[in-house]
Ligand binder design. Structure first.
Ligand code: GRF
Length: 186
């Protein structure tokens, strides 16, 4: 039985958005942290907090086989919503079809601008005055699902990709828990 308020967070790295989602959880419960990188720093934080984790190195593993194993872990935990947070892997069409409308992601740009990687440098190079982050539904097309909410931050003179990333990250940590709380009510 899938309960939308039971959330799994998928990470591949440091997991700062995962921490924000756990610490600001309201209206949802984070019941599983899953990763395709067994050494992801965020997993250590989750374990130290006593959160259940699931990890399997996806390197060299057949894509659908990996996705099927993840799907099993999700069903075991009664997950109803998945929140991608720095999850650097494209899920198979099979998986997306199983979970259509129940997977969200945070992206460091004001979508539909700058899908994909290097968003901060691309925004600076374009001379934009404003950047930000977006929470969107995950579909088969990269960073192209409906936008559920976004937050703007200014791009300041002298900004580098690194300084802009820090400012956008702070906005991500405020935006993502708020949007997820609203989303799980649907
Ligand atoms: C963030 O920039 C997020 O927008 C993008 O990946 C990065 C994840 O950072 N999807 P963290 O692992 O949450 O710190």
């Amino acid at each position: 039985m899938r309960d939308p308020r039971r959330v799994a967070i998928l990470i591949s790295g440091r997991g700062s958005n995962m921490r924000a989602l756990v610490e600001q959880a309201a209206g949802y419960e984070v019941v599983l942290i899953a990763s395709n990188k067994p050494h992801a720093a965020g997993l250590d934080w989750a374990r130290a907090r006593g959160l259940p984790t699931w990890a399997w190195d996806s390197k060299g593993v057949d894509k659908e086989q990996w996705d099927r194993a993840l799907a099993e872990a999700l069903e075991d935990h009664g997950i109803g919503t998945m929140a991608l947070a720095g999850f650097m892997r494209i899920l198979s069409p099979w998986f997306i079809a199983q979970w259509r409308g129940r997977i969200v992601n945070i992206h460091p740009s004001l979508l539909p601008k700058y899908r994909g990687l290097d968003t901060h440098q691309r925004a600076i190079d374009a001379g934009d005055a404003v950047s930000g982050c977006s929470v969107h539904l995950v579909t088969e097309d990269l960073d192209a699902g409906d936008v559920l909410g976004s937050a703007e931050v200014p791009i300041l003179p002298g900004d580098t990709a690194a300084t802009l990333e820090q400012r956008v990250l702070a906005a991500e940590h405020a935006l993502y828990p708020r949007i997820l709380s609203e989303f799980v009510k649907q």
